[in-house]
Ligand binder design. Structure first.
Ligand SMILES: [Zn+2]
Length: 177
Protein backbone atom coordinates (compact mmCIF):
# COMPACT_ATOMS: atom_id res chain seq x y z
CA UNK A 1 0.00 0.00 0.00
CA UNK A 2 1.23 3.47 -0.82
CA UNK A 3 2.46 5.57 2.05
CA UNK A 4 0.33 8.62 2.77
CA UNK A 5 2.06 11.78 1.62
CA UNK A 6 3.59 13.86 4.35
CA UNK A 7 2.62 17.52 4.04
CA UNK A 8 5.62 19.40 2.71
CA UNK A 9 6.89 16.24 1.05
CA UNK A 10 9.85 13.99 1.58
CA UNK A 11 13.02 16.00 2.11
CA UNK A 12 15.03 13.69 -0.09
CA UNK A 13 12.66 13.85 -3.02
CA UNK A 14 12.58 16.71 -5.46
CA UNK A 15 9.25 17.37 -7.15
CA UNK A 16 9.88 18.30 -10.76
CA UNK A 17 7.98 20.89 -12.81
CA UNK A 18 6.61 18.10 -15.05
CA UNK A 19 4.92 16.39 -12.10
CA UNK A 20 7.41 13.55 -11.73
CA UNK A 21 9.82 13.42 -8.83
CA UNK A 22 13.39 12.33 -8.32
CA UNK A 23 15.34 11.24 -5.27
CA UNK A 24 18.29 13.52 -4.49
CA UNK A 25 20.64 10.52 -4.41
CA UNK A 26 19.69 9.70 -7.99
CA UNK A 27 21.38 12.89 -9.14
CA UNK A 28 25.13 12.50 -9.18
CA UNK A 29 27.81 15.15 -9.47
CA UNK A 30 28.73 14.61 -13.09
CA UNK A 31 25.11 14.71 -14.21
CA UNK A 32 24.06 17.53 -16.53
CA UNK A 33 20.73 16.09 -17.55
CA UNK A 34 18.18 13.76 -16.08
CA UNK A 35 16.22 11.36 -18.26
CA UNK A 36 12.83 11.65 -16.65
CA UNK A 37 9.93 9.24 -16.52
CA UNK A 38 7.83 11.89 -18.26
CA UNK A 39 9.84 11.18 -21.40
CA UNK A 40 11.67 14.50 -21.38
CA UNK A 41 15.25 15.28 -20.48
CA UNK A 42 15.68 17.92 -17.79
CA UNK A 43 18.77 20.06 -17.23
CA UNK A 44 20.51 19.38 -13.92
CA UNK A 45 22.89 21.90 -12.35
CA UNK A 46 24.71 21.65 -9.04
CA UNK A 47 26.64 24.19 -7.02
CA UNK A 48 29.81 22.18 -7.73
CA UNK A 49 29.45 22.93 -11.44
CA UNK A 50 31.52 26.02 -12.31
CA UNK A 51 29.81 28.90 -14.16
CA UNK A 52 32.24 28.09 -17.00
CA UNK A 53 29.92 25.22 -17.80
CA UNK A 54 27.83 27.92 -19.52
CA UNK A 55 30.01 30.98 -19.92
CA UNK A 56 33.57 31.64 -21.04
CA UNK A 57 36.02 32.49 -18.29
CA UNK A 58 36.40 36.14 -19.32
CA UNK A 59 32.66 36.68 -19.04
CA UNK A 60 32.58 35.07 -15.61
CA UNK A 61 35.34 37.50 -14.62
CA UNK A 62 33.33 40.44 -15.97
CA UNK A 63 30.29 39.34 -13.99
CA UNK A 64 32.36 38.95 -10.84
CA UNK A 65 33.63 42.50 -11.29
CA UNK A 66 30.27 43.97 -12.20
CA UNK A 67 27.86 42.25 -9.86
CA UNK A 68 27.71 42.84 -6.18
CA UNK A 69 25.95 39.94 -4.60
CA UNK A 70 23.92 40.39 -1.46
CA UNK A 71 24.81 36.99 -0.09
CA UNK A 72 27.22 36.85 2.81
CA UNK A 73 27.76 33.14 2.36
CA UNK A 74 28.52 33.47 -1.32
CA UNK A 75 29.92 36.93 -1.91
CA UNK A 76 31.43 36.01 -5.26
CA UNK A 77 29.22 35.64 -8.33
CA UNK A 78 28.96 31.94 -8.99
CA UNK A 79 26.72 29.19 -10.34
CA UNK A 80 24.03 29.68 -7.64
CA UNK A 81 23.63 33.33 -8.66
CA UNK A 82 23.41 32.33 -12.30
CA UNK A 83 20.68 29.83 -11.55
CA UNK A 84 19.01 32.36 -9.27
CA UNK A 85 18.55 34.59 -12.31
CA UNK A 86 17.02 31.71 -14.27
CA UNK A 87 14.74 30.83 -11.36
CA UNK A 88 13.55 34.41 -11.12
CA UNK A 89 12.70 34.45 -14.82
CA UNK A 90 11.12 30.98 -14.91
CA UNK A 91 9.81 30.28 -11.41
CA UNK A 92 7.47 27.56 -12.69
CA UNK A 93 10.03 25.79 -14.82
CA UNK A 94 12.93 25.40 -12.41
CA UNK A 95 13.02 23.67 -9.05
CA UNK A 96 15.83 23.85 -6.55
CA UNK A 97 16.78 22.18 -3.31
CA UNK A 98 19.25 22.90 -0.56
CA UNK A 99 20.86 19.51 0.03
CA UNK A 100 23.59 20.71 2.37
CA UNK A 101 22.02 18.77 5.26
CA UNK A 102 21.94 15.59 3.22
CA UNK A 103 25.18 13.71 3.87
CA UNK A 104 24.60 11.10 1.17
CA UNK A 105 24.93 13.51 -1.75
CA UNK A 106 28.07 15.44 -2.71
CA UNK A 107 26.41 18.72 -3.61
CA UNK A 108 24.89 21.45 -1.47
CA UNK A 109 22.46 22.87 -4.03
CA UNK A 110 20.76 21.38 -7.03
CA UNK A 111 18.53 22.86 -9.73
CA UNK A 112 16.44 20.90 -12.21
CA UNK A 113 14.80 22.67 -15.13
CA UNK A 114 11.84 21.61 -17.18
CA UNK A 115 13.88 22.18 -20.34
CA UNK A 116 16.99 20.26 -21.37
CA UNK A 117 20.56 21.39 -20.72
CA UNK A 118 21.01 22.80 -24.21
CA UNK A 119 17.97 25.06 -23.83
CA UNK A 120 19.06 25.98 -20.30
CA UNK A 121 22.41 27.02 -21.71
CA UNK A 122 20.68 29.33 -24.22
CA UNK A 123 18.44 30.75 -21.52
CA UNK A 124 21.45 31.52 -19.31
CA UNK A 125 23.35 33.25 -22.12
CA UNK A 126 20.24 35.29 -23.07
CA UNK A 127 19.72 36.38 -19.47
CA UNK A 128 23.38 37.27 -18.97
CA UNK A 129 23.33 39.39 -22.13
CA UNK A 130 20.25 41.21 -20.77
CA UNK A 131 21.93 41.64 -17.43
CA UNK A 132 24.99 43.15 -19.03
CA UNK A 133 22.92 45.42 -21.22
CA UNK A 134 21.16 46.63 -18.11
CA UNK A 135 24.50 47.25 -16.39
CA UNK A 136 25.86 49.14 -19.39
CA UNK A 137 22.71 51.27 -19.71
CA UNK A 138 23.06 52.26 -16.05
CA UNK A 139 26.59 53.42 -16.57
CA UNK A 140 25.19 56.53 -18.31
CA UNK A 141 27.60 56.20 -21.16
CA UNK A 142 25.66 56.46 -24.42
CA UNK A 143 28.64 55.55 -26.55
CA UNK A 144 29.28 52.42 -24.52
CA UNK A 145 25.62 51.45 -24.70
CA UNK A 146 25.45 52.00 -28.46
CA UNK A 147 28.63 50.03 -28.84
CA UNK A 148 27.34 47.18 -26.70
CA UNK A 149 24.01 47.06 -28.54
CA UNK A 150 25.79 46.99 -31.85
CA UNK A 151 27.97 44.11 -30.72
CA UNK A 152 24.94 42.29 -29.40
CA UNK A 153 22.96 42.55 -32.64
CA UNK A 154 25.81 40.63 -34.23
CA UNK A 155 25.82 38.13 -31.38
CA UNK A 156 23.92 34.95 -32.11
CA UNK A 157 23.01 33.12 -28.91
CA UNK A 158 22.13 29.86 -30.65
CA UNK A 159 25.38 29.81 -32.56
CA UNK A 160 27.41 30.79 -29.51
CA UNK A 161 25.89 28.00 -27.42
CA UNK A 162 26.46 25.39 -30.15
CA UNK A 163 30.10 26.36 -30.47
CA UNK A 164 30.70 26.76 -26.76
CA UNK A 165 29.27 23.33 -25.94
CA UNK A 166 31.33 21.64 -28.66
CA UNK A 167 34.56 23.31 -27.50
CA UNK A 168 33.84 22.81 -23.82
CA UNK A 169 33.26 19.10 -24.28
CA UNK A 170 36.56 18.74 -26.14
CA UNK A 171 38.68 20.81 -23.79
CA UNK A 172 37.14 20.54 -20.34
CA UNK A 173 39.72 19.76 -17.72
CA UNK A 174 37.19 20.31 -14.95
CA UNK A 175 35.03 17.19 -14.96
CA UNK A 176 32.00 19.21 -13.81
CA UNK A 177 32.32 22.01 -16.36
ZN1 LIG B 1 9.95 15.09 -16.27
Amino acid sequence: MAQPRVPGGDEDVLELPCGESVRLEALDLGMREYDCNCGETHAVVMDVHPPERFLPEFLVEVLREAIETTSEEMPEFDTPHLLGIVLEEFPELVVTRDASENATVGYAMVWVADFDSHRLHEVIVELVVELMEHAVSHANDDAALANFEEEMTAFDVTEFVERYRAERDLEADDPYA
